[in-house]
Structure formats: C-alpha cells, structure tokens
Design a protein around this ligand. Structure first.
Ligand SMILES: Nc1ncnc2c1ncn2[C@@H]1O[C@H](COP(=O)(O)OP(=O)(O)OP(=O)(O)O)[C@@H](O)[C@H]1O
Length: 229
C-alpha cells in the first residue's frame, strides 16, 4: 500500500525565540497547527502571550527560529504579503470608530475585503441586531467586544489571533464566543487564543508560558504549602 503523504502544518513555529526591548521574552517555541486547529496560550501577566500573537501577526520578528506558513518563512516580504491576508486580529484595543454607527463599523471592513452580506447576520448572531443603527459610544464594554467578534465573522479570514477575547463578555457572550470558534474550526479555520479566563475549545493544544519574573515567596505562600505545619 503506498504511504500517504503527511500534509504540511498550515503554521509551524520552528524553535522560535523572541526579544523585546533587548529582553528575551519567548524561548525555543515549537508548535505546529493544521487546518481546524486551536492553540490556547496561557501564562501569568508579562509571560509573553501578546508577544506570541504579535509575532504571528508579523508586528515583531523572531530573534531566532522561523515561523512557517505553508512551509514558507513569514518574514520573507513576498510571503508576508499573502500571509497577512489570512489573519484576523482581535485585541483589547477594539479599533471601533465612533464616527460610524454599529453596523457601519463592520460594513466598512467587509467592503474593504470585497465581501458583502455578512455584517448584519454577524451582528444579529452576536446579539447586537437591534443596536445596528446606534452610535458606538452607546455601547457597553461587553457590547463593544461583541461588535469586535461580529467584525471577525464578517471579515471571515482563516487565521484568528485573539488576545483575551472573553474579557468583558457575560456568560452568554462567552458561549457565543465558544460557538463561533467551534464553527470557524469546522470550516478549517485556525485559532490562536491568549487568555487568563477559561474558554471551552475542544481538542485545543495548550501552551503555558513560564513566568518571566517569578515573584518571591511570601508568608501567605508559605502558609499555603502543605509541607509547612
Ligand atoms: N511595547 C513593548 N516594548 C518592549 N517590551 C514590551 C512591550 N510590551 C511588552 N513588553 C515586554 O514583554 C513582556 C511580555 O509582554 P506581553 O504583553 O507579551 O505579556 P502577556 O503574557 O500578554 O501579559 P498579560 O497577561 O499582562 O497581557 C513584558 O514583560 C514586557 O516586559
């Protein structure tokens, strides 16, 4: 029987390290992600989760190792021109324009993508349909996050880079987030999620980044330790 060729991972981090401000933030990271895959980044404040996502987005370059997309180094400018069109970035900075209403904030990006017809259904799915014509300054923090997620759906790109996507969402919002991540993956989409809060993502890979500045043990830690009586 002929051997089946194993497909290349869509994204491969090959022994990647990253420096910021002359400090080593990430060391020797090896990860491969195939279509439909999810990687959850965990770790204490300052451990490098956002740095990891920024590197995948091309905002910072690895100081060692390579990030390969379809086997090609994303720091190659020709490759990056194609690669960046695959990315959808969601961060704590929401990039919501107050001069546009809620719907226009998505339509604008959808039109730029040359797509149409997804903005309103995406808003409705995220529970913001009735606010479509409202000014964005009327939105609560959680509603702004829902708007960001609706924009992600309308833009519809395969690789989602999500930094703390559940912050400010209520329970129903978190369930919606889990639902759209699952649906995106069913279509072959890839998700990278940096989070402190639990988000249910089936069969996700987890990468726990080590703390960069481990704090000194305090009296409270000592009292908590089982071996101290
Ligand atoms: N703009 C910057 N320039 C230089 N160094 C930075 C910059 N932003 C962050 N850093 C450094 O990179 C380290 C990792 O930061 P990063 O934002 O990736 O952590 P994080 O795991 O996402 O943290 P948090 O859980 O607080 O969001 C920080 O300790 C900080 O020292």
């Amino acid at each position: 029987m002929p051997l089946r060729k194993v497909p290349l991972p869509r994204i491969l981090l090959d022994n990647v390290s990253c420096m910021r401000n002359a400090q080593q933030i990430l060391r020797h990271v090896n990860v491969s992600v195939h279509d439909g895959g999810a990687l959850v980044l965990m770790g204490s404040n300052g451990s490098g989760k956002t740095t990891f996502l920024r590197m995948l987005a091309g905002f910072s370059k690895p100081s060692a190792g390579q990030i390969l997309w379809n086997g090609h180094d994303i720091t190659n400018s020709g490759v990056f021109q194609q690669y960046k069109l695959q990315l959808n970035w969601l961060s704590l900075k929401d990039a919501i324009q107050d001069r546009f209403n809620v719907l226009e904030n998505i339509l604008w990006f959808e039109l730029l993508e040359g797509k149409q017809g997804k903005s309103l259904p995406a808003l409705e799915l995220m529970g913001l349909g009735r606010l479509a014509k409202e000014k964005t300054r009327m939105l609560s923090m959680g509603q702004r996050k829902r708007l960001q997620l609706a924009r992600l759906l309308a833009i519809d790109r395969p690789i989602w880079l999500m930094d703390e996507p559940s912050v400010a969402l209520d329970d129903e919002g978190v369930k919606l987030l889990e639902y759209i991540i699952a649906e995106h993956r069913k279509q072959g989409g890839i998700v990278f999620v940096a989070t402190h809060l639990p988000i249910k993502i089936e069969d996700a890979m987890y990468l726990r980044l080590p703390p960069r500045f481990p704090r000194r043990m305090t009296l409270v830690d000592m009292l908590d330790r089982a071996d101290i009586t």
